[in-house]
Design a protein around this ligand. Structure first.
Ligand SMILES: Cc1cc2nc3c(=O)[nH]c(=O)nc-3n(C[C@H](O)[C@H](O)[C@H](O)COP(=O)(O)O)c2cc1C
Length: 378
């Protein structure tokens, strides 16, 4: 009987905890950061959000970063914005304005805007500055973009300023907290700036919690075939390799406008798979295997180019397959079908592309195949 009672109490406790977690406001802390200053403030904002147990915080980047302090942070998608009860936006100050990375992200929210997707959702802003020149202008510029969305703009007022050490310059503003990273008289963000960020997060969580479920979460209409690509890759047993390192003075990909350009050879685990000329050192099956490895390399670079989200790929525009063959060989199309089929398998209709294939008397690093790819992305 005693055992049964304990079990029942445990069950009730677990259920209550679960219900409480479900009732909490879900707040995105969405940042762009080059050197990590904005991220430092974001962590304090998140701490404040979590402090009264009425909200959970999720720090995400607007785009992938190579900075070791930021590279493991998840990248947000535009589509997910409507799933939050509030968004705290953070960015570096760029010329008295929001940063290019943040501006690029916001420019992708047009469809959300016309769909009234963020109307009534609370927003707050914070920024990392250098000297602090134009910091208030920059915060206000942030508000301009968010006001267009009809978001509820949550200011900081003079909250917490009485606690500040006023003998040094501090990044307090009535719109939101800032830090002045290049004023190195003390460590930045200063203790006071961190505290203001925490208070801003705490206050924001109260507002987000109070307004939770008062705004209709209208997302971007779900595009047919829009799926989680990680699941698709898993289902199809497709494992993307590490992005191969460039062997010279070039980059794994270049993005120009909405097009991404990629070139790869059959590099696998640091070695060329099945090297040599078809019909001399390697047979057709070996070249097909090398073609698959090459296309997987292309996809892995593509994933990096879209910040980890293959859902941002709009179309595979063109694939060009170059094979190391003898002069009289004519079955290039058969070899290249391996790459084409894999692309269609992953992207469906968006994977269908224009294609060229040809033979070459030799290919760099003695690969039996090289693939050039062009993708259109969001
Ligand atoms: C293009 C550019 C413009 C900038 N303009 C300003 C500015 O107007 N005022 C300012 O105080 N700092 C300016 N800065 C400095 C950044 O705001 C500062 O380094 C900030 O702390 C970077 O944030 P992060 O560490 O999150 O990358 C600028 C930096 C860049 C790269």
């Amino acid at each position: 009987m005693k055992k049964l009672c304990s079990f029942f109490i445990l069950f009730l406790l677990l259920n209550t905890t679960n219900i409480m977690a479900q009732n909490k406001a879900k707040i995105l802390v969405l940042i762009h950061s080059d050197n990590g200053g904005t991220y430092e403030l974001a962590k304090e904002i998140a701490k404040g959000i979590e402090s009264e147990n009425n909200a959970n915080s999720y720090i995400k980047l607007v785009k992938a970063s190579q900075n070791p302090a930021l590279k493991d942070l998840p990248v947000a998608t535009v589509d997910e914005l409507t799933s939050y009860d509030g968004i705290a936006f953070g960015s570096p100050v760029y010329c008295g304005n929001i940063s290019t990375g943040m501006s690029e992200f916001l420019s992708k929210t047009v469809q959300l805007w016309t769909n009234h997707g963020l109307e009534g959702v609370p927003a707050t802003v914070f920024m990392s500055a250098g000297s602090g020149a134009g910091k208030e202008l920059a915060l206000q510029a942030f508000w301009n973009s968010l006001a267009v969305h009809g978001m509820v703009l949550v200011s900081n007022g003079i909250r917490g300023t009485e606690e500040l050490n006023k003998s040094i310059p501090q990044g307090n503003t009535v719109l939101g907290v800032t830090s002045m990273a290049s004023l190195k008289d003390v460590e930045r963000p200063t203790k006071g700036e961190r505290r203001l960020a925490e208070l801003q997060g705490q206050h924001f969580a109260k507002v987000a919690f109070a307004l939770k479920d008062t705004h209709s979460k209208k997302g971007i209409p779900v595009v047919e075939n829009q799926q989680n690509f990680n699941d698709i890759l898993k289902q199809k047993n497709i494992v993307l390799p590490q992005v191969p390192k460039p062997a010279g003075n070039y980059k794994p990909f270049v993005r120009s406008g909405n097009l991404v350009f990629i070139n790869q050879v059959a590099l696998k685990d640091g070695k060329i798979l099945n090297p040599g000329k078809l019909g001399v050192e390697v047979n057709e099956q070996q070249v097909k295997d090398a073609t698959k490895v090459t296309m997987l390399n292309v996809l892995s670079v593509l994933k990096e180019a879209v910040g980890g989200d293959l859902g941002k790929v709009k179309q595979c525009v063109q694939l060009t397959g170059i094979f190391n063959t003898k002069d009289d060989y004519t079955e290039h199309a058969d070899l290249m079908n391996i790459a084409s089929d894999l692309t269609v398998e992953v992207f469906g209709d968006k994977g269908k592309h224009a294609r060229a294939t040809f033979g070459a008397s030799s290919i760099p690093v003695n690969s039996s195949v090289e693939i050039q790819a062009v993708f259109e992305v969001e």
